[in-house]
Design a protein around this ligand. Structure first.
Ligand SMILES: O=S(=O)(CCO)c1ccc(-c2ccc(C3CCCC3)c([C@H]3C[C@H]3c3ccccn3)c2)cc1
Length: 235
C-alpha cells in the first residue's frame, strides 16, 4: 500500500539511480575536471538544441561518513550555508519524515532567464547485509506542485540529481566505539541530469557547469567536514 502520492515515483527513481551508479564510466564520458580525490565527468547531450549534459562526479572525503554527507545535503536547514547559487529555498510540503518537496529560486546566470526549481527530495539508508557499512543516498527530482506555480519571467528547471555515499572504515579497531574520524572515509558519487527548462547559450551553460559543479561539491564537502569535526561520528 502507498505511503503517499509520490511513493511509487520515489521508489522507481531511487532504483534507477542504484542501477546506474555502479555502471563503469564508459566511453562518451569526458573527464572535465580533476582536483585531489574529485573526478568530474560529463557527457555532451543536447535535446532540441538545449544543453542537458549529464554530470557524474566521484569523490572521496576522509573524516566523514556517508550518513553525515547525505544528512547535510538533504536537510534544508543547512542549504543556504553551503549553496551559493541559490537565492532562496523553502519546504512546501512534507510527504513523510524522509521525503519533502522544496521550492528554490536559483541565482540568475546572465544572459539566461532566472531559474526556479521544485523537487521532491528523499533520503534513504540501504543496508546490504554483507558489506559492513550501509549506503546512504539523497535524490532530488523535479515535480509539479500547486504551491510552486511557474511564473514568467522565471523558467522552471527540470532536474534529476542523486548523491550516493558509501562509508569506508580504514584499519578498523577491535570495537566500533574506538573508531576515530581519521579511520573513516566517505566515497561518494554525485549524478546530475539538469535540463535548464528553456534555451540557454550552449557554450555559456557548459562553462558555468564546468566551473560551478566542482566548486559546489568542494564547498559542500568542506562545510560538512567543518560541521562534523568535533561531533560524535554519525554512522
Ligand atoms: O545538487 S542539487 O540538487 C542541490 C540543490 O540545490 C542542484 C545543483 C545544481 C542545480 C543547477 C541549477 C541550475 C543550473 C543552470 C541551468 C540554467 C541556469 C543555471 C545548473 C547548472 C549550471 C550548473 C550549476 C551547477 C552547480 C551549481 C549551479 N549551477 C545546476 C540544481 C540542483
Amino acid at each position: 500500500n502507498r505511503k503517499h502520492r509520490l511513493a511509487y515515483d520515489v521508489e522507481r527513481v531511487v532504483q534507477e539511480h542504484l542501477t546506474y551508479v555502479r555502471e563503469e564510466i564508459s566511453d562518451g564520458w569526458d573527464l572535465i575536471h580533476q582536483e585531489g580525490e574529485m573526478k568530474v565527468y560529463r557527457r555532451e547531450v543536447e535535446e532540441n538544441g538545449i544543453v542537458v549534459d549529464p554530470l557524474k562526479i566521484f569523490h572521496s572525503i576522509k573524516g566523514v561518513t556517508g550518513h553525515e554527507i547525505c544528512h547535510y545535503f538533504w536537510d534544508y536547514r543547512y542549504r543556504m550555508e553551503w549553496e551559493t547559487t541559490l537565492d532562496s529555498t523553502k519546504i512546501i510540503e512534507v510527504l513523510e519524515p524522509d521525503t519533502v518537496i522544496f521550492f528554490q529560486m536559483h541565482k540568475r546566470v546572465w544572459p539566461a532567464a532566472q531559474r526556479d526549481s521544485c523537487f521532491w527530495s528523499h533520503i534513504r539508508c540501504i543496508s546490504n547485509s554483507e558489506e559492513d557499512q550501509p549506503t546512504w543516498l539523497v535524490v532530488n527530482y523535479t515535480t509539479p506542485h500547486h504551491l510552486a506555480p511557474i511564473k514568467s519571467p522565471h523558467v522552471r528547471l527540470v532536474a534529476n540529481v542523486a548523491l550516493i555515499c558509501e562509508t569506508i572504515i580504514n584499519e578498523p579497531p577491535l570495537n566500533i566505539q574506538d573508531i576515530k574520524r581519521e579511520n573513516i572515509e566517505c566515497k561518494l558519487t554525485y549524478v546530475a541530469f539538469v535540463n535548464p527548462g528553456g534555451w540557454v547559450p550552449s557554450a555559456a551553460l557548459r562553462s558555468v557547469a564546468k566551473r560551478e559543479y566542482p566548486r559546489f561539491l568542494k564547498r559542500f564537502t568542506s562545510y560538512v567536514l567543518e560541521q562534523t569535526r568535533d561531533k560524535p561520528i554519525l554512522f
